[in-house]
Write a new protein. Structure first.
Length: 233
């Protein structure tokens, strides 16, 4: 069953969140009064989040976990950091494909704007790779970074409108989550899948700038630390 776990794990998480938020807590999403609608709303946020979190967690410890490979072969360190980002894309695409099939079977329409989904996935995983370059390199020298990263991911999850709608937030809280690039990434997924549209006003300038800023910082950190990695390992 090993090859099925990338599908089973997200399904279990989605089932738990759906039970807690739509049944026990009876949370309603604007314009989505039935459980199936909340499930789709949840999936369009949770599936991308799982891929991003998986990328950052695995990449942060990748250089230490693969230290024998780095010492005994000419594999560049950045390849080991990049690999989790690429493998998570495959898992995300499988999850989104299943979601779109269910979306269609439940009677919802699939729009032409879905052709932009690969672009959103690339933006998301580029952002994740940029963060991973920072955490993965620093973790070689300061091993507590892995734990700090895990804690930061927990906070970021709740600072991103994945299980809730931004419309329920007070203005000050909405302003805070709007500074989170992941808020705009999740908005794009929902815009393309749930609303069959492509909004050019929600973070259209901020999101690419944030993504490539993080990537640039990651490349800078990697170049500064790359020469000392082998000695530290």
């Amino acid at each position: 069953m090993g090859f099925l776990w990338p599908i089973i794990n997200p399904l279990i998480i989605i089932a738990i969140f759906t039970l807690v938020f739509s049944q026990i807590m009876d949370i309603k999403i604007s314009g989505a009064g039935v459980t199936s609608s909340y499930v789709f709303y949840l999936c369009t946020g949770l599936l991308p989040w799982i891929a991003l979190e998986e990328t950052i967690r695995n990449s942060t410890g990748s250089l230490i976990a693969n230290s024998p490979t780095l010492k005994n072969s000419p594999v560049p360190p950045e390849v080991l950091i990049l690999y989790p980002a690429l493998s998570s894309i495959l898992n995300l695409m499988i999850g989104l494909t299943i979601l779109l099939i269910l979306f269609f079977l439940f009677g919802y329409s699939l729009g032409i704007y879905l052709i932009f989904l690969p672009l959103v996935i690339i933006l998301q995983q580029t952002f994740a790779f940029g963060i991973s370059l920072i955490t993965g390199n620093i973790n070689v020298f300061f091993r507590d970074i892995a734990q700090i990263t895990n804690i930061s991911l927990m906070f970021t999850f709740w600072l991103t409108p994945i299980v809730y709608s931004p419309s329920i937030l007070p203005n000050w809280a909405y302003s805070i989550i709007n500074l989170n690039p992941l808020t705009h990434i999740i908005f794009l997924y929902r815009s393309l899948i749930l609303h069959n549209t492509l909004s050019l006003t929600h973070g259209v300038i901020f999101l690419p700038l944030a993504v490539f800023l993080i990537l640039g910082i990651g490349i800078f950190v990697h170049k500064r630390m790359r020469g000392s990695i082998h000695d530290e390992l």
